[in-house]
Write a protein that binds this ligand. Sequence first.
Ligand code: GLC
Length: 802
Amino acid sequence: MRYGYFDDEKREYVITNPRTPVKWINYVGSLDFGGIVDHTGGSLICKGDPALNRITRYIHQLPDGEFKGETLYLRFKEGGGYRVFSPYYVPTLDPYDLYECHVGLGYTRIVSQFYGIRTEAAVFVPLGQSCEIRDIQISNVSPRPLEIDAVPVVEYSHPDALRQFDNADWVPQTMQSRAHREKSGMVILAQYPFMRKDTQINTFTSNLPVSSFETDRRRFLGKNGYGTWASPLSLQEEELGDYQALRGDNIAALLHHLGAIEPGQTIRLITQLGQDESVEASLPSIGRYRDAEQVEMAWEELAAYWDRYLSRLQVETPDSDMNRLLNIHNPRQCHTTMNWSRYLSLYQVGLGARGMGFRDSSQDVMGALASMPGESRRLIEMLLQVQKEDGSAMHQFNPLTMVANEGDSREVEEAPKYYSDDHLWMVLAVTAYLKETGDLPFLDLPVPYCDKDKSGHPLESGTVLDHMRRAIAFTRHDVGAHGLPLLGFADWNDTVNLRAGAESLFAANLYGKALLEMVELARFLGDQGAADRYAADYEVMKRRVDEHAWDGEWYVRYFDAEGVPLGSHSNEEGQIYANGQSWPIISGFAPHERAKAALEAVYRLLNTRLGIKLSTPGYDGFDPAKGGITTYPPGAKENGGVFLHANLWVIIAETILGNGARAFQYYSQINPAAKNDVIEQYECEPYVYPENILGDEHPQFGLARNSWLTGTASWAYQAATQYILGIRPAYEGLLIDPCIPAEWDGFRVRREFRNAVYQIHVKNPRHVSKGVRSVTLDGETLEGDVVPPLGDGATHRVEVTM
Ligand code: GLC
């Protein structure tokens, strides 16, 4: 069964049945101002930080048919009262004649028809602005004139989102609303918690005269709150109560009498939900977006922004699902993870337990570099500020305050308070940034370390390069009994939490990869001494991995504090881990025969038709000595689920070995676009990657969860564009090294790189998977397979023959 379809021309996914198995969402705006909009018009909007400045109250855990954050009611007289319905379907759930939710780039447009009334509501945040616009066109498509009233409603959260849920005394005593009625009859409803009345005001307003309003939820629902969102009793009255809340659960509802709408006539209602220091400060923006022409301009600017964003890399391959993902949805998802890290989604509730993740955002940067180099640099700078003087990093931070913490390790008193991988990811992010942009002066930028004196001033600063050196040095020294990096609280796999003294093969390989990057960078900078030192470090760790980590047919994944391996045939559960096999290939530590055997073991023991499992067999029972992984039943999440993020590393490893067919098979079997026909089983949005799919040890094999905010976005984009299509930035230029299914005749890529455009045409006349025979640039044959950066703003033709 399908719930919608892809409209590639409009770059939308169109949902045609609102009763999706779980909410399907979209993102509007950015972390500066914006949030999620679900496919039935609910919204969770915040400014700067979802935990510290939340605006709407979106309660994830409520059933999907319930009001969440925002809706619109329409009504007309019927019998002795009013027929009230929401054109968004939720929360009134009336039968509809038409329902479409267009999930677009930075906007959601709901088109519906109920009772002869057609509504088109476009929801978006104008670029760089602090307001959510709903541009709503209401048309009478019935044969008779209709008297229609329109009542848009918002429910507010206390800005401190956690307090909203855990303090039902303080919060309601502080929440207040004020109405500002203008000569035109328009009304601005202002809302704030008392302590922010002079500094931070939410406003909700529209472009049409308002006859009455309500700001108190209990009065709006009626009967002391025993009315419901599905049928608010106040909407059976001619007018709302014009009540300005002095406390309690604050909402903003504006009643507009649209008058008699003739058949074929359309009324345009534009609502705005914004936040500024004061009502006065928000007036210019309010004035601007009451003007339909300005709204249209903002809409066009948004479209132009996305055109520009996506144009930097466009592909034409023989696979339409791959094209769809690479040209639209995958880079779009990378944009989203860059903004929100793992902070705010349907699954990450944004109450502050997570914030921005150090490891997560470092990887997100790598997926968005081609399209957002400026933002990537800013995010790297933020990350470096939460790296500690000793070279390790804090696990996460609040973007608004830059206050950092140690993540889940805080919850286990005796556990090490760092993760063995966080700081190493940053080395990969910085070098990827340098290769994309050529911005070498960035290395000399001084950035403070996280450690602060008593008054909160940083104790020490270092250049970006210094931060990278310390990251490497931390792991060089932080090793255990086998000379392998200590696990810390965890590595990439957050959920294997072993007693202090355990060692991580993942960290060993990530360290190896980071060292390769340091060697390459030092060579490029002409610092042969540093290059030699890092190369020697690399050899030391390679030898230790060679000596200790091979289990006979594959690599082990950890050693616990007693030296017992995990991810070994000698274990009963968790005998083999996917990351244990892909990473020794990515690090270059694995000798060829072992690399081949390790990937064969992945295919044999971990692959399913719906993706590669993270490990197998699942741990069947809680075991505090292993940690979080055993809190999941076998087949779920890290405990033997198809954890998509890790699939991409296997794909990259396969391309390194030259297995184009296998790499592409793995890529296709997790392509969300291909799930459109099996939503019954899959459940999540088919237009973005989820983090995980239940594995085949779970009775609900194939069920996806945790969509949108996952490192899968970045790595799927990197794996596809840089390793399968093989167009990879290098210090010297754009390297072209595809690894594709042999039956492909070739493909085309349009790639902007350091201020020039390359129209790349790869031909595969001999039907091989890998190996470039010749490259020509504007007709001239190049030595090797690196296209130099021309930086002339012009378009260049690159012909590649495999
Ligand atoms: C989630 C976390 C990520 C972690 C992964 C595996 O995706 O965001 O940081 O690496 O789970 O545990």
